[in-house]
Design a binder for this molecule. Structure first.
Ligand code: PLP
Length: 461
């Protein structure tokens, strides 16, 4: 039986995988989650190539929507585009700690793992249906560039990406704005990432606009992203502990998309000891762990801008899962949070969350210190997000005998200013980044309002 998907708000139709990929957000404002969590194939060898593992792990989520051969070729093609043979190589940094290097995609951050696949999935489904969509997305920097590189010049897809003006790094912005393709529009919104994300949600909740512009989403509200990210948790654990012993993960996170994939991998049967949520100063996730209250503060700019988020969309999926699929209670909680900026998470849900996650924060000063320490001790250049993951992971680690795998989410050259400040060394852009610093940029600056965005959405006949 193919897995169906239901909305965390309980008032949208259950859909199959292909419809979920096209829909992004559910029509009731919820996020799609699988109605059951499949088990990992125990016969999967720890030495299997990444693509083989990926196809095997993801297949149960996809089955019924795509032919197996088509899916396997999409997966192979996706990860052939990565610059390392291992795709997500592991770096042993001593003391039973590893970095899982997720920077080998075309835009040098982990978002490529999911978006390079999602682009192909969308294209495949639109071709089958003879359809078109406009992908609208908000980005704190890395999703936008990954989406643009995955979707540029696909002729059934228009792409409109909103980024917060002046709040993404130069390399991040240029990776978006230097792509010369007729189907790409970049908008710099006068606001924060949360404002951009709200505009996207507003656009989706405008039923007329959603239909006339045929909106689709590639933000981490799209289930396919979470799904694709489960793979590197499994591949990393299998390589570090081929005997199946438990490992721990520390994951720098803001929107809760990456570490949530770790939670799903665990519930598919992966042996996981700790899942550590590593926050920067925008520590909404760490605070909810400490206080049991979900409360959005003002977003402050940090050295790890891809985590400058106070409304962590994917947390809704976890709330739904730990509530025992209580869509009504989840809807009430999130409606209150939307209206007042704060909501108390029921104690039994918090108990389950605290059972499975640890959390900690690191400010900019700590981030610079950690980058400097790693460089001085082992010559490594860490990107600031990875530094947050490593330091918080070490702080929260309970058992030094359990391998700790830190998700290294970006290449240091994407955040060169911070790395230079910490170490005095300017990290070099790898060749695959192209001639980023010299190409002309294309983007429009727009006010923080849906009406301003609307003008850029191609209406489709
Ligand atoms: C997007 C991003 C993160 C945060 O990912 P979540 O989806 O919030 O878990 C961390 N580091 C980098 C480099 C990113 O691009």
């Amino acid at each position: 039986m193919p897995i169906s998907y239901r909305s965390t708000r309980g008032a949208a139709p259950e859909l199959g995988f292909a419809d979920v990929v096209l829909a992004g957000l559910a029509t009731d404002g919820g996020l799609y989650v699988p109605s059951e969590i499949p088990e990992l194939d125990a016969s999967l060898a720890s030495t299997a190539p990444y693509s083989e593992m990926a196809a095997s792990i993801m297949w149960p989520f996809v089955e019924g929507s795509i032919d197996r051969d088509d899916f396997d070729s999409m997966v192979v093609e996706t990860y052939e585009g990565f610059s390392h043979l291992d795709v997500a190589p592991l770096l042993d940094i001593g003391h039973k700690q590893w970095l899982c290097d997720l920077s080998h995609g075309p835009t040098l951050a982990f978002k490529d793992f999911a978006l390079q696949l999602l682009g192909r999935l969308l294209d495949h489904e639109l071709t089958r249906r003879n359809g078109r969509v406009t992908v609208i997305g908000a980005t704190s920097g890395d999703t936008g560039s990954a989406a643009i590189h995955a979707l540029a010049r696909r002729d059934r897809i228009d792409v409109v990406i909103l980024h917060p003006e002046g709040r993404v790094s130069d390399v991040q912005r240029r990776q978006m704005t230097t792509v010369d393709a007729p189907n790409i529009t970049n908008l710099a919104v006068q606001g924060t990432f949360d404002d951009c994300q709200d505009l996207v949600k507003e656009a989706f909740n405008d039923v007329g606009l959603r239909a006339s512009a045929r909106l689709a989403a590639v933000n981490s509200i799209n289930w396919a992203r979470v799904m694709a990210q489960t793979v590197y948790y499994v591949s990393a654990a299998r390589r570090v502990a081929p005997d199946g012993a438990a490992v721990s993960f520390s994951v720098p996170t803001g929107n809760f998309g990456n570490v949530l994939a770790g939670w799903y991998a665990k519930h598919m049967g992966l042996s996981v000891d700790q899942l550590v949520i590593a926050s920067n100063r925008n520590d909404v996730l760490t605070r909810v762990m400490e206080t049991g209250e979900l409360r959005a503060d003002r977003v402050v700019q940090s050295l790890s801008p891809s985590m400058d988020i106070q409304v962590s969309s994917n947390f809704e999926r976890l709330l739904f899962e730990v509530s025992g699929s209580d869509a009504k209670a989840v809807t009430e909680l999130l409606t209150r949070f939307r209206a007042t900026g704060a909501a108390t998470v029921p104690a039994p849900w918090m108990d389950r969350i605290r059972d499975e996650f640890d959390a900690g924060r690191l400010d900019d000063e700590g981030t610079l210190a950690e980058i400097a320490r790693a460089h001085a001790e082992s010559g490594l250049l860490l990107d600031p997000h990875t530094a947050v993951g490593l330091r918080v992971g070490r702080n929260r680690r309970r058992d030094p005998d359990v391998p700790l795998i830190v998700m290294a989410t970006a290449h240091p050259a994407k955040f060169a200013a911070a790395v230079e400040k910490a170490t005095g060394v300017v990290p070099e852009l790898p060749e695959r980044a192209g001639d980023l610093l010299n190409l002309p940029e294309r983007y429009a600056v727009v006010p923080n309002s849906l009406d301003a965005i609307r003008a850029y959405l191609p209406l489709q006949s």
